[in-house]
Design a protein around this ligand. Structure first.
Ligand code: SF4
Length: 85
């Protein structure tokens, strides 16, 4: 959707880094429903980050990751420790 070569991340959002595992993502779009400012689906039905992702709260980000039926949204903190899943 833009010139980002890694549209599914890793993307820094606030203090955490988020990546969508495109091999796991099945395009269920639960993440888009929970966090429409963070995620959209690309033309392969994989979740990608929107420019407005940085504006969203950590709670909504975490809720969107928890909503993913295949746990494809991986969140790590600033030390590289995996927070979710
Ligand atoms: S909820 Fe998970 S499987 Fe569905 S689009 Fe988002 S990342 Fe992909």
């Amino acid at each position: 959707m833009n010139n980002n070569t890694n549209p599914s991340g890793p993307r820094k959002i606030g203090k955490v880094t988020v990546v969508v595992d495109r091999n796991l993502c099945i395009g269920a779009a639960s993440c888009v429903a929970v966090a429409p400012k963070i995620f959209a689906l690309d033309n392969e039905a994989k979740a990608i980050f929107l420019p407005s992702a940085e504006e969203e709260s950590f709670e909504t980000l975490l809720d969107s990751a928890k909503s993913c039926p295949v746990a494809a949204i991986i969140i790590t903190d600033e030390t590289g420790k995996q927070i979710y899943p």
